[in-house]
Design a protein around this ligand. Structure first.
Ligand SMILES: Nc1ccn([C@@H]2O[C@H](COP(=O)(O)O)[C@@H](O)[C@H]2O)c(=O)n1
Ligand SMILES: C[C@@]1(CO)OP(=O)(O)OP(=O)(O)OC[C@H]1O
Length: 159
């Protein structure tokens, strides 16, 4: 049996923060605001998996009012989501992510992001897609106010 899920997230840029994307500490003069490490890609991907599980969303599992998640490493949270999927009889088969960022250039970090998220999901790197796009200077992404990410996840039932 197969299930599909979709995730979407946005975080605003903020001074004095690190830019963590797909578990990679991307060199940038600003980072993203958030209660956790604000890894917008990991968040979209976790929501995609949770959507396929019909298990709500990351805000339900990891409330941003809980001090336990202050500065949380989103890849650690992703391992919890992977464990939840397994406990419900599902494994992640294949995922794909799109990041909309006017800057910085993310292509040099793509392979590391794929490897990090594949490791957290317990799947081969080949099963994780990461793409980046600008929005041609249009909208909040184009004005460099924030970064958006989308993800889809395909889950298969464990026999
Ligand atoms: N933050 C980004 C945005 C884009 N890229 C790469 O550049 C290509 C062209 O982007 P356009 O938005 O101009 O179509 C895109 O396909 C990515 O390979 C990037 O590395 N980082
Ligand atoms: C994972 C959490 C934990 O606080 O991260 P945040 O940095 O608050 O990010 P957001 O995507 O706004 O909400 C999800 C939260 O549950």
């Amino acid at each position: 049996m197969l299930r599909i899920g979709h995730g979407f997230d946005v975080h605003a840029f903020a001074e004095g923060r690190r830019l963590i994307l797909g578990g990679v500490d991307v060199p940038c003069e600003r980072g993203l605001a958030g209660h956790s490490d604000a890894d917008v890609v990991a968040h979209a991907l976790m929501d995609a998996v949770l959507g396929a599980l019909r298990a709500g969303d990351i805000g339900k599992l990891f409330p941003d009012t809980d001090p336990a998640y202050e500065g949380a490493d989103s890849l650690v949270l992703m391992r919890h989501v992977t464990d939840l999927a397994r406990s419900r009889g599902w494994r992640v088969a294949d995922v794909d992510c799109t990041i909309a960022a006017q800057a910085p250039k993310l292509a040099p970090y793509r392979e590391e992001m794929r490897a990090n998220m594949a490791d957290a999901l317990g799947i081969p790197v080949d099963a994780v897609g990461v793409k980046a796009t600008t929005t041609e200077h249009l909208g909040f992404v184009g004005r460099e106010e924030g970064i958006a990410a989308w993800a889809v996840a395909l889950l298969e039932s464990i026999e």
